[in-house]
Design a protein around this ligand. Structure first.
Ligand SMILES: [Zn+2]
Length: 137
């Protein structure tokens, strides 16, 4: 029986979203052996990209970090945070924007600490690259 297996550095981040924003509870890194046919998810928006062995867009953590420094923002993560606050019945706009600010800050810290490559879907890849190439302020 032939089965293709590939080794990928795996980093899992356990985080919690609460009234104080996003708190990172634990980060574990290690090599993980996976089946090349496992469906990969986009590290930015969690959309299914396709089999691990066929991922087209892999970015280094430095590249993601650079995009963030040039102004890239994880719209999908922020949208989910907003939805969660909404589902909690939160309507105070000042409070909501405060939490969103904290969530974004925690996410950026997570990006800075990240040591593994990011798998991106076509859309996120294009979006991130606009900021990486942009070099601006
Ligand atoms: Zn994506």
């Amino acid at each position: 029986m032939l089965e293709k297996r590939i080794q990928i550095p795996a980093e899992s981040v356990l985080f919690e979203v609460s009234k104080d924003g996003v708190a990172i509870l634990d980060t574990t890194t290690g090599m993980k052996e996976i089946d090349g046919n496992t469906t990969a998810l986009c590290d930015l928006c969690s959309v299914a990209i396709g089999p691990m062995k066929d991922i087209e867009h892999i970015e280094s953590p430095e590249a993601i970090s650079r995009a963030v420094k040039h102004g890239y923002r994880p719209e999908e993560m922020l949208r989910k945070s907003a939805e969660m606050l909404d589902s909690m019945g939160e309507t105070d706009e000042a409070f909501i924007s405060d939490i969103m600010g904290k969530s974004l800050k925690s996410w950026i810290e997570m990006v800075d600490k990240s040591e593994t490559s990011w798998a991106l879907c076509e859309d996120c890849y294009k979006e991130v690259h606009k900021f990486i190439l942009n070099g601006g302020s």
